[in-house]
Design a protein around this ligand. Structure first.
Ligand SMILES: [Ca+2]
Ligand SMILES: [Ca+2]
Ligand SMILES: [Ca+2]
Ligand SMILES: [Zn+2]
Length: 345
């Protein structure tokens, strides 16, 4: 399913203390993460997989129209304890029984079981890190966010998920469609963690915060397209096709899109998600011009140079600079044009 996934046996240097889950010691420093287990997931979400805009939450029911969206995958980088613990993510659930593998097999839970969201969270964070490594981050380029993120599946009341940069953890809520049932929501949140890993405390004002939301959306699409292939059965620029069925009435259902028409500064509204659509369209145009691999590499490499409170303009200049450095003048020109089309340069 994922031929790009490197089955590495990494030592988690970030794990210096013994971690405890449910009262059981599961991982100590210096151990290797070279175990695998089979599990069942959505890849990336039922609406996109089935091309069906009529699907609804139905109170977390596992109904027949969803049957074709379940996929068997191999989870990699596990510590062998049977829990969802790896070098890049450890899952802590506040709802239901923790998922346990027996002899390398997680039961084929469906969406009506809490363990399904736990498996989804592990799989998609681990896949997002595999994507970054496939671009060369951690080998030919600097490592990006190679730390263990704590992923909490929570009965959080609102339909929202968030990243807490002080604790390197992500909480995925259960409002509407459970957030962890949509890989694009999981990877969006991981995008915040990536940016914080590159620039601690990134996103302290409106423009930098908007870049954070935009990058999360971009990464969500890049990772899910890399892992599940294109063309997609919903518009590729559509983010969170499944989670958004709970709060959007128009079709196609999208939390946000990467291919909007907003320009700077007249379309700024003072809200990071809305204003992020200006930045994400520029990223989308860079990807269209240069292809996923080169676009994502230069976009992520550039982010190391962003100030925590960067402006759109300074971040765009850093991105053009990264394009020039990595791929030369024509790539820099295409990158510059993408930002110019948005009124940023
Ligand atoms: Ca569920
Ligand atoms: Ca939700
Ligand atoms: Ca999508
Ligand atoms: Zn966000």
């Amino acid at each position: 399913m994922h031929p790009h996934l490197a089955r590495t046996a990494l030592v988690a240097s970030a794990v210096t203390a013994t971690l405890v889950a449910g009262g059981t010691t599961v991982q100590a420093a210096g151990e290797t993460y070279d175990h695998t287990a089979t599990a069942t997931v959505f890849a990336p979400n039922p609406v996109q997989q089935l091309g069906d805009q009529t699907l609804t939450d139905q109170k977390d029911a596992d109904y027949p129209a969803l049957a074709g969206a379940y996929r068997s995958v191999t989870l990699t980088n596990l510590d062998g304890s049977g829990t969802l613990t790896g070098p890049y993510v450890v899952v802590k659930s506040k709802t239901g029984t923790p998922a346990r593998a027996v002899n390398g097999v997680f039961p084929a839970w469906h969406r009506d079981a809490d363990q399904f969201e736990q498996v989804m969270g592990y799989h998609w964070v681990n896949t997002a890190q595999a994507y970054l490594q496939s671009l060369g981050f951690g080998s030919t380029l600097r490592p990006v966010n190679q730390r263990q993120i704590e992923l909490r599946i929570d009965q959080y009341g609102g339909d929202n998920s968030f990243f807490r940069d002080d604790k390197a953890n992500i909480t995925l809520g259960k409002g509407g469609v459970d957030d962890a049932e949509d890989a694009e929501v999981i990877v969006h949140e991981y995008g915040h963690s990536v940016q914080d890993g590159q620039v601690p405390g990134f996103g302290t004002n409106l423009e930098s915060g908007s870049i954070g939301e935009a990058f999360g959306d971009y990464l969500a699409v890049a990772v899910t397209s890399w892992a599940t292939g294109t063309p997609t059965r919903t518009p590729e620029a559509c983010v969170a096709d499944w989670d958004s069925v709970s709060y959007t009435s128009r079709t196609p259902h999208c939390l946000r899109r990467l291919d909007g028409t907003k320009v700077y500064p007249q379309d700024m509204r003072g809200e990071v998600h809305a204003d992020g659509e200006i930045w994400s369209r520029a990223l989308w145009d860079i990807r269209t011009a240069l292809g996923d691999r080169r676009a994502s590499t230069l976009i992520i490499e550039a982010q190391f140079a962003f100030a925590p409170d960067t402006s759109f303009r300074d971040a765009a200049l850093a991105t053009v600079d990264a394009a020039q450095r990595l791929y030369g003048a024509s790539a820099a020109s295409a990158t510059s044009s993408a930002f110019a089309a948005r009124g940023i340069l």
